[in-house]
Design a protein around this ligand. Structure first.
Ligand code: GYE
Length: 307
């Protein structure tokens, strides 16, 4: 008879929260660290994670979200690859009464009741940090400062905002001009390819590379070296993310600076999921705390880096 009581109780205690998570893909070092953070924390916190990788395609994400509705998960979280085009599926999720947490990137939906919170970085501020670093760098120099820009995925929050924040700051110094700007889709291969085209078109006119992430910057550094030029010395390299690859490049003297964007969202996400299931109210916006790392501090900071 004692079993009859013990079994249902332990079964209840073991009822795990089910979280459906739709990830963008595996396009960068940042993304891999983000995925690892989410998987590790879910396991540690005893959350049953249904993880789906969309390979940088919105249509795959929408399919994954619909399958989470069909599976009746407790909470849905996702990192939207682009900002637009989510209203229909978000309305379906709302009708199924499943709460939604946006992680990393946001959506442009006018109806903000379609999600509970947006958790991630302030990409505009990251762009401003990159711009302020450049202003400081050129303040005692003369002549044109020709910048080429490698943008992230077209239509994505970080690409739109990192461009906007950077431009907002550099417009106070008319010598700084963006002479070419194109997407490298946040990948090394594309970053290298587009930088090769920039070099072919503009050659030695290029003074600065502003890349929206480290992977594209690292690809571009290869292109610069293959063209017989020296990164840092001939072309100033400014990037965003501050992943290990960027620290290695800075320590090797090949990158000037990387603005930090933390991918370690797992702990905050799992805490938010638990709070939601416990009926607590979440803040509408949860911002990640971040810094900026110039090459002078890279060797000292490297041992403290977790991604
Ligand atoms: O900067 C880039 C990644 O959305 C903040 O996506 C993220 C960006 C990150 O591919 O490396």
């Amino acid at each position: 008879a004692s079993f009859a009581v013990a079994l249902p109780m332990s079964a209840m205690a073991q009822k795990k929260i089910v979280l459906g998570f739709s990830q963008i893909g595996a396009e960068s070092e940042w993304r891999t660290a983000n995925t690892n953070s989410i998987k590790e924390t879910a396991a540690k916190e005893g959350i049953d994670l249904k993880f789906s990788d969309a390979q940088q395609k919105q249509e795959n994400q929408i399919k994954a979200l619909r399958s989470f509705i069909a599976q009746k998960v407790d909470v849905i979280a996702f990192a939207p690859v682009v900002e637009s085009g989510w209203d229909t599926v978000l309305k379906e999720i709302k009708a199924a009464k499943i709460p939604v947490i946006l992680t990393d990137r946001s959506v442009d939906s006018k109806d903000t009741s379609l999600y509970v919170t947006f958790m991630g970085s302030d990409f505009t501020e990251e762009g401003r940090k990159a711009g302020r670093w450049l202003l400081e760098k050129v303040k005692n120099t003369k002549g044109d400062v020709n910048v080429v820009e490698l943008q992230g995925t077209v239509g994505s929050g970080p690409a739109i905002d990192r461009k906007k924040g950077f431009e907002e700051i550099i417009k106070s110094e008319p010598r700084i001009k963006i002479i070419r700007s194109q997407t490298g889709d946040f990948t090394r291969a594309k970053g290298k390819e587009v930088m090769e085209a920039f070099l072919k078109a503009e050659g030695k006119k290029i003074n600065v590379l502003y890349a929206h992430n480290d992977d594209m910057a690292i690809g571009a550094i290869q292109a610069i070296e293959e063209a017989g030029l020296k990164p840092v010395k001939d072309i100033t390299i400014i990037s965003v993310d501050a992943v290990k690859g960027a620290f290695e490049a800075m320590i090797a003297g090949k990158m000037d600076v990387s603005v930090e964007c933390s991918p370690l969202l797992g702990p905050q996400l799992m805490a938010a999921v638990k709070d939601l299931v416990a009926g607590k109210t979440l803040p509408r916006r949860i911002v990640t705390q971040e810094g900026i790392f110039p090459m002078e501090v890279a060797a000292k900071e490297f041992p403290n880096r977790k991604y």
